[in-house]
Unconditional design. Structure first.
Lengths: 387, 71
């Protein structure tokens, strides 16, 4: 065991595949991503220095593989590392990072490689839908309530309670598709109008096709270190991180229009980072379905309850607004390879903080936030990154 | 049992074992207890939040479920 003095875990390297329909299988994605992250360490790292290999992967019916941690270990080059999988539905990437950070802070390891990976496009859409249903409460699964239908309950109630409209839900999708045009990793490079979103195919009323994040293959990795300056001059630090939970079922929640798990996680992250919501300069939030982005604004304290949609109306969360959200294109347009998603969201803010986000770079970013939630908000992980 | 429809959705894309479209809903009974219901295609055109109705247990894909019948 290492000492338990106060340390600040930093991100020192990353690797990220394109999101979309990929030809590579799971072992190849793991190998490429692990080797990519190691080779990207600016001052170099010997694999023997990486004590932990944490894999975020949601469903082994997608990957067709058990013991995926041990499969990944063969590509690390250090058979003495501890390797395992973390699963929390769509929040898996955030949760795997949280576990790795906690283990480093506890002195269990010096450096941890967190790898998110999912291969979703190789199954028929109906089968994929039936796998994704498992992210809901047992009762929702029994009643055939798909993920978009569970979000539909929240979206419908939110409109009735606060006066948001179909236009508001469409605006989030339009914004994120526009942002994705500048992201070479994004699954979609195509813009849509509000009218196109409103007229797209109904999936589970009022949720339409163009409110939904897509089915995606992809992988992403970040290397966490307890001694970041050993590996890079410009690490990005995890200033605060929190997890939160709510009931599995939307129907069980006192207020189905509010993501309480995100509020709880954010409260912990803000406290650890010693900041308030207004100090966040950029955010990546979990827009698995467009209404969820609006609800995340409120749970994160960016807007009062019932006023999240006004941020979109006023353009405040556009790339040129005062609080850019989902500059990457979000889950909606960048893509949503569920195990990789949370890790990929962290990489976007990491790049923004280092000034390496290319055409989508926001100027002078010193502090950013990532909100990654699972199911319809039963599990949430919120992270504050800073330079 | 008398209930009120709190929220609902008409599902058009579902796993292969389901025949679409079908309705699902969140209902509240007189004690304020919430539960889930299935809604048959015959009633999808009349759905609105606040609609009152009753629950009947009936066979579904693999087991009995609560179905919502508008009043």
């Amino acid at each position: 065991m290492l000492g338990c003095e106060t340390i600040t875990v930093g991100i020192v390297a990353y690797s990220h595949t394109k999101y979309g329909k990929l030809v590579e299988d799971i072992p190849t994605l793991l190998r490429n991503t692990i080797e990519g992250a190691i080779s990207n360490v600016e001052r170099g790292i010997d694999p023997s220095e990486i004590d932990l290999l944490v894999i975020s992967n949601v469903d082994n019916q997608f990957s067709n593989q058990h013991q995926i941690g041990t499969v990944a270990l063969r590509y690390l080059g250090n058979k003495n590392a501890e390797a395992f999988r973390v699963e929390a539905a769509c929040a898996s990437g955030g949760m795997a990072t949280y576990v790795a950070k906690q283990m480093i802070e506890s002195g269990i390891g010096r450096n941890a490689l967190v790898v998110g990976v999912e291969k979703m496009t190789n199954l028929p859409t109906g089968v994929t839908t039936s796998i994704l249903v498992r992210g809901g409460a047992p009762e929702e699964i029994k009643y055939g309530i798909t993920q978009p239908a569970a979000y539909a309950f929240s979206a419908q109630l939110y409109m009735e309670k606060y006066g948001a409209t179909d236009d508001d839900y469409a605006m989030g999708a339009v914004k994120n598709h526009k942002n994705a045009m500048k992201n070479p990793w994004a699954q979609f490079h195509k813009e849509f109008t509000v009218e196109a979103v409103k007229n797209s195919t109904l999936i589970a009323s009022p949720i339409r096709l163009l409110h939904c994040s897509p089915i995606t293959d992809g992988a992403a990795a970040i290397l966490l270190s307890r001694d970041p300056k050993k590996y890079t001059d410009t690490p990005v630090y995890i200033r605060g991180m929190g997890v939160g939970y709510d009931t599995m079922g939307v129907f069980e929640r006192e207020d189905p229009t509010f993501i309480e798990a995100t509020r709880t996680a954010a409260e912990k992250a803000y406290k650890a980072a010693k900041i308030e919501p207004k100090q966040v300069q950029i955010a990546e939030v979990h827009d698995a379905f467009s209404p969820a982005e609006i609800m995340a604004y409120e749970a994160l304290g960016f807007a009062k309850k019932g006023e999240g949609y006004k941020l979109l109306r006023e353009g405040r969360t556009n790339a040129d607004g005062d609080l850019p959200v989902n500059v990457s294109g979000g889950l909606k347009a960048k893509g949503h390879p569920i195990g990789a998603t949370g890790v990929g969201m962290l990489i976007e803010v990491y790049l923004q903080l280092r000034g390496e986000a290319g055409e989508r770079q926001i100027s002078n970013v010193e502090r950013g936030l990532i909100e990654n939630h699972g199911g319809t908000g039963a599990t949430a992980v919120v992270t504050v990154l800073g330079r | 049992m008398k209930v009120r429809l709190v929220a609902y959705s008409i599902i058009h894309v579902a796993p292969p074992s389901y025949q679409t479209p079908y309705g699902v809903g969140m209902v509240e009974d007189e004690k304020g207890e919430r539960s889930l219901v299935r809604i048959k295609p015959d009633y999808l055109s009349v759905l609105k939040t606040g609609l009152e109705g009753e629950i009947r247990k009936e066979p579904a894909e693999s087991e009995e479920l609560n179905f919502f019948y508008p009043k």
